[in-house]
Write a protein that binds this ligand. Structure first.
Ligand SMILES: NC(=O)c1ccc[n+]([C@@H]2O[C@H](COP(=O)([O-])OP(=O)(O)OC[C@H]3O[C@@H](n4cnc5c(N)ncnc54)[C@H](OP(=O)(O)O)[C@@H]3O)[C@@H](O)[C@H]2O)c1
Length: 308
C-alpha cells in the first residue's frame, strides 16, 4: 500500500519476532513501517523497509535511529527466552538492558518517542495482581535484565514502558501458548495444562492497538497492558479448546516443572491503562475469539513474512 507523507514513521525492533511482527501488521495503513532485524529480510510484506542491526552492538542501530529520525521507536527486540538468558546472563544484560538504554538515548536525541516493551516477569509471582507502583522483584535473569532495561530507559522522561504478557499468532508458528494448544490439540495429542501458573495475557493485536493509542495520546511512564482477567495456563488451554472446537479432555491439569515447586501468579492490574483509555480492555476469552477470527488471515500472513 502506498504511503502518504502525512503518515508517521514507526521503527520497530524485533521485526522478525512474535510481537514485532504483530505490530508490523497492525501498523499497515497507519504508519510508514521500518522494521529493525538482526539479519537482512528479503520480504517487505510486513514492514515497508528494514534496517539491520545486532543489539549486542547497538551503536549502529542507535546511529540509524538518529539518521532516520522516526516519529516513534517501539523496542520489541529482546533475548526473550528464559532459558537463553539463564545460559548467558552477560548477553541477556547487553541485549535486554544496555541496548534498550542506548536506543532510548538515541530516540531522545532525535526527538523520537520511545516505547520499551517490558514484562510481567519483573515481579516474583508470589502475590499477583501487581500495579505499576508495586516494587518489582524479579527472580530470573530474564526478569532482572528486563528491569535493568526499564531503569536505563526511565532516564528518558518521554519514554513509555509497557509491561505486558501476550498470546496470538507468530511468524514461527510456535512462539505462543495459543499456538501450542491449537497445534497439539488439533493433532489429537494430550498436553499438560499448568494449574499453578497464572497470567493476564493479552491478544497481541489488542496489545498493538493499545500501544498505538498510548502513543497517540503521548503517554509516558510505566503502564501495565494485558487483559484484565487472570487465568491459569490450564484454564487458558481449556478456553482455547472450547473456542476452536477442540477436545478439552486432552488437557491434563498439572503443576509446572519448577524446583522447588511454587505457584506463580504474574497477573497485572490494568486499572491505570483502563482509566487512561476510558474503557475496559478485552478479556482473555475476547482475545481468544479474536485470534480465532484472525486465524485464516493473520496467521498465514505472519508465517509468510519469514518465507516459511
Ligand atoms: N512473549 C511474551 O508473552 C512476552 C511476555 C512479556 C514480555 N515480552 C517482551 O515482548 C518483547 C517481544 O517478545 P517476543 O515474544 O516477540 O520475542 P521473540 O519472538 O523471541 O522476538 C524477539 C526479537 O528480538 C530479536 N533479537 C534478539 N536478540 C537480538 C539481537 N542480539 N540483535 C537484534 N535483534 C535481536 C529477535 O531477532 P531474531 O529473530 O534474529 O532472533 C526477534 O526479532 C520482548 O521485549 C519481550 O521481553 C514478551
Amino acid at each position: 500500500m502506498a504511503d502518504t507523507p502525512t503518515r508517521p514513521t514507526w521503527l520497530v525492533t524485533g521485526a522478525t519476532g512474535f510481537l514485532g511482527a504483530n505490530i508490523g501488521t497492525f501498523l499497515d495503513g497507519r504508519a510508514h513501517r521500518i522494521g529493525a532485524a538482526r539479519a537482512q529480510i528479503a520480504s517487505t510484506s510486513l514492514f515497508d523497509e528494514y534496517l539491520v542491526g545486532d543489539l549486542e552492538h547497538p551503536e549502529s542501530l542507535a546511529a540509524a535511529i538518529e539518521a532516520r529520525r522516526p516519529d516513534v521507536v517501539i523496542h520489541a527486540a529482546a533475548l526473550a527466552s528464559h532459558e537463553a538468558c539463564e545460559a548467558d546472563p552477560a548477553r541477556a544484560e547487553q541485549v535486554n538492558a544496555h541496548a534498550a538504554g542506548a536506543l532510548s538515548d538515541a530516540a531522545a536525541r532525535c526527538g523520537a518517542r520511545f516505547v520499551l516493551i517490558s514484562t510481567d516477569a519483573v515481579f516474583d509471582g508470589e502475590r499477583g495482581n501487581y500495579t505499576e507502583t508495586d516494587e518489582p522483584h524479579p527472580t530470573t535473569v530474564y526478569g532482572r535484565t528486563k528491569l535493568m532495561g526499564e531503569q536505563l530507559v526511565a532516564a528518558n522522561p518521554e519514554a513509555l514502558i509497557v509491561r505486558t504478557n501476550f498470546f496470538g499468532w507468530s511468524p514461527s508458528g510456535s512462539r505462543s501458548i495459543l499456538e501450542f494448544f491449537v497445534k497439539e490439540l488439533s493433532a489429537g495429542r494430550p498436553v499438560r495444562g499448568f494449574t499453578d501458573f497464572t497470567t493476564t495475557s493479552a491478544y497481541a493485536q489488542v496489545l498493538a492497538g493499545v500501544i498505538w493509542r498510548l502513543v497517540q495520546g503521548e503517554a509516558t511512564g510505566t503502564f501495565h497492558v494485558t487483559s484484565p482477567d487472570a487465568l491459569t495456563k490450564h484454564d487458558f488451554g481449556i478456553a482455547v479448546a472450547q473456542a476452536f472446537g477442540l477436545r478439552t479432555d486432552l488437557i491434563t491439569p498439572s503443576t509446572a516443572d519448577v524446583h522447588p515447586p511454587r505457584g506463580r501468579d504474574l497477573s497485572l492490574d490494568v486499572a491505570k491503562v483502563q482509566s487512561w483509555l476510558g474503557e475496559a480492555l478485552p478479556s482473555q476469552l475476547d482475545g481468544i475469539a479474536r485470534a480465532l477470527a484472525d486465524s485464516a488471515t493473520l496467521r498465514p500472513a505472519l508465517a509468510n513474512t519469514l518465507g516459511n
